[in-house]
Design a protein around this ligand. Structure first.
Ligand SMILES: *Cc1c(COP(=O)(O)O)cnc(C)c1O
Length: 361
């Protein structure tokens, strides 16, 4: 009988499965979720909308109605094609599978969203991480050198970046797109919270793609992401997409949510206001070394040397779950990431943090 080690690559077996912290009973500020439920009358209308869904039938394989609604709601360029994914995670996987035989790597500035590297390694595609500058901005000369040296098949740019929240200079992003011999995927997971977007440019030039998700804007449970790219690329990638990757309940719910898009937009506005407030409050706390300017719905901040884990644990003991991103050291050493929540959740976080930091001295 075969064991996993007989048949699976060591590179995959050495990794642990993606761990999601248990948030039972805690204020959940670890995963960039929108904290607001829908108002009651909207929830009732949504449940009503789900009544018509025929669960005995397969979903619309192409998600045509959803694609059309997204095109209008988000203003995709006419000339671009659109691919739907079971979250943008699945789109990253499709993209990496597409270039698997090219012999060329996946490249991204690091630290960044971990799935680019995780999914590249799972597919046996080399991953090249180019360190960001100490302020978490792009190191332009290093990026340009790496593009020339490695000629990646895919360059992933999270715009804004996770876990830092920084929005790179759009002029520099343009420069990287022009210098990249492969495809550049601009990952706009945090678009509702950011001041700039490349969506209108998706597909021109042909190697420029823009990926988005509905997760961070308030529909994380539905799992829907999309890729806007040149029709040529979308046609090619469609060959790798599983036929029914977006289920019927998700398709119907997304249509409903986009019909009521104003609710999500108002929630995003409130979160942007809360981001300013929490950011200023963090910066004024003794013991917070720096707060990275964020264009996303989370904030990255630095605590005194070697105290990240202790502060994280202390917050959890006070009932607030955030994310300790500093454990692997490097640029992120002593950094913690907190999702911007509802006003009262943010108050609880700030109070617990100020107590945790006071206890350090
Ligand atoms: C959260 C996140 C995603 C994943 O989104 P899903 O659509 O929920 O899979 C993609 N990219 C970045 C940068 C993220 O932070």
């Amino acid at each position: 009988m075969s064991r996993p080690s007989d048949l699976m690559r060591a590179e995959v077996l050495e990794r642990s499965a993606y761990v999601v912290a248990d948030a039972t009973g805690l204020i959940k500020l670890d995963a960039m979720e929108n904290p607001f439920p829908w108002p009651g009358e909207l929830e009732a209308a949504w449940l009503e909308a789900l009544r018509g869904v025929e669960l005995n039938r397969y979903p619309d394989p192409g998600g045509r109605a959803v694609t059309a609604a997204i095109r209008t709601a988000h203003g995709l360029p006419e000339s671009a094609g659109c691919l739907l994914g079971n979250g943008s995670d699945e789109i990253i996987q499709i993209l990496i599978t597409a270039v698997q035989g090219s012999g060329r790597p996946v490249l991204a500035p690091v630290p960044t969203f971990v799935m680019y590297e995780v999914l590249a390694r799972a597919a046996g595609v080399p991953f090249v991480g180019v360190p960001l500058a100490p302020d978490f901005d792009l190191d332009a000369p290093a990026m340009l050198r790496a593009l020339e040296e490695h000629r990646p098949a895919l360059l992933f740019l999270a715009f804004p970046n996770n876990p830092t929240g920084r929005l790179y200079d759009p002029g520099l992003v343009e420069e990287l797109v022009a210098a990249n011999p492969g495809v550049t995927v601009i990952d706009e997971a945090y678009a509702p919270f950011a001041s700039r977007s490349f969506l209108s440019r998706a597909g021109s030039p042909v190697g420029l793609m823009v990926m988005r998700t509905l997760s961070k804007m308030g529909l994380a449970g539905l799992r829907l992401g999309y890729l806007a790219a040149s029709p040529d690329w979308i046609d090619a990638l469609e060959r790798l997409r599983l036929p029914y990757n977006v289920n019927s309940l998700t398709q119907r719910s997304v249509l409903f949510a986009l019909e009521h898009g104003g609710v999500l937009e108002r929630q995003a506005q409130l979160l942007r206001e809360q981001r300013s407030r929490v950011s200023a409050a963090l910066a004024s706390l003794p013991g917070v070394r720096r707060v990275i300017p964020s264009q996303a719905n989370f904030l990255l901040f630095q605590v005194p040397p070697a105290q990240g884990r202790r502060v994280f644990e202390s917050l959890r003991a006070s009932g607030v779950l955030i994310k300790d991103v500093g454990h692997s050291g490097g640029l992120l050493a002593d950094h913690l990431r907190v999702t911007v929540g509802a006003p009262e959740e943010n108050d609880a976080f700030l109070e617990a943090l100020s107590e945790a930091l006071r206890a350090l001295v």
